[in-house]
Design a protein around this ligand. Structure first.
Ligand code: UDP
Ligand code: MG
Length: 295
């Protein structure tokens, strides 16, 4: 049987670029000489993305459209698309033409070489603000320090995934999906390809700083339990300090007497109990971390 490629494209309010995107993407897919399907996921767009997508589907039998009932965010949109992809390999690409469809040829070459996940790594961040570039740099530094799996920086969702890696990925059903972490987590031979990421063809980015911040928290809480342990360590430090302080008060009262009756015992009990509470929170946190998240 001949091979089939699936292309998954999440789209949120992308109607101005979709026509051009589809043309370029189809051109590239035809040039591969393989059978292909292009699955567009309309992530609850409020513009006429749905209209454009349905038009494309009528024109081109290779197109499939998934419409989500509301805006769920890119991670969920992607997962919906991946669930329906039937190809031997799937390609994930943004609709805004920031990821050049032509790179798919390189992805396919490395896939033939035996790599299961081939992803683009942007060599520069043209058209992005200094704040975004710097915060991204720090985020990856912190994330990789805290997490057990190495999550590559400067790479997005733009990639090719083989069928077996996709099946592994789809077996992870967490509701809070940090896809970049999940791609790294499933393992398999992975290969990166550097590319130049262009500014958006039109429209604006759908990621506000607030959304990026929440996304960063998602990444850290999904792939690290270090913040959880923080409470335990703080508790241990606080209660140890309480002990030292208590010892100091004991000596002082012994030598100098006790000028403010009640104060030493009061402050000691407060500090010590605070420490014990933090330790207990940390223990509960550890158990919580071992409960699998349900869909
Ligand atoms: N996207 C989506 N749902 C959202 C936000 C974005 O499906 O809630 C899609 C969007 O249409 C685009 C891709 O995800 O195809 C990347 O979004 P964007 O270009 O805004 O992100 P950036 O390139 O700025 O990181
Ligand atoms: Mg973009």
């Amino acid at each position: 049987m001949s091979e089939l490629l699936s292309v998954v494209v999440p789209a949120y309010n992308e109607s101005p670029v979709l026509g051009e995107f589809h043309q370029r993407m189809s051109g590239v897919m035809q040039a591969t000489g393989l059978a292909y399907e292009i699955i567009y996921v309309d992530d609850g767009s409020t513009d006429d993305t749905a209209v454009v997508l349905n038009y494309l589907r009528e024109q081109d039998p290779a197109v499939a459209v998934i419409e989500l009932s509301r805006n769920f965010g890119k991670e969920v949109a992607l997962s919906a698309g991946l669930d329906h992809a039937v190809g031997d390999a799937v390609i994930i690409i943004d609709a805004d033409l920031q990821d050049p469809p032509e790179l798919v040829h390189d992805f396919l070459r490395e896939w033939r070489e035996g790599y299961d996940i081939v992803y683009g790594r942007r060599t520069d961040r043209e058209g992005e603000s200094w704040l975004k570039v710097t915060s991204a740099k720090w985020f990856y530094r912190v994330l990789n320090r805290l997490s057990d799996v190495e999550i590559p920086r400067d790479s997005g969702d733009f990639r090719l995934i083989s069928r077996r890696a996709l099946d592994a990925l789809l077996s992870l059903r967490e509701t809070h999906r940090y896809m970049k972490g999940l791609y790294a987590w499933v393992g398999f031979p992975q290969k990166q390809i550097p590319y130049l990421r262009r500014p958006r063809a039109s429209g604006t980015t759908k990621w506000s700083y607030w959304r990026l911040w929440n996304f960063a928290l998602e990444g850290i809480t999904s792939f690290s339990d270090v913040p959880l342990k923080l409470s335990t360590y703080l508790g241990v430090i606080t209660s140890s300090l309480a002990f030292l302080y208590g010892f100091y008060f004991l000596l002082r009262t012994w030598i100098l007497g006790n000028p403010v009756p009640g104060y030493p015992s009061l402050i000691l009990i407060v500090l010590f109990l605070g420490g014990v509470q933090l330790i207990c929170l940390g223990i509960i946190g550890e158990y919580l971390a071992h409960i699998p998240t349900q869909k």
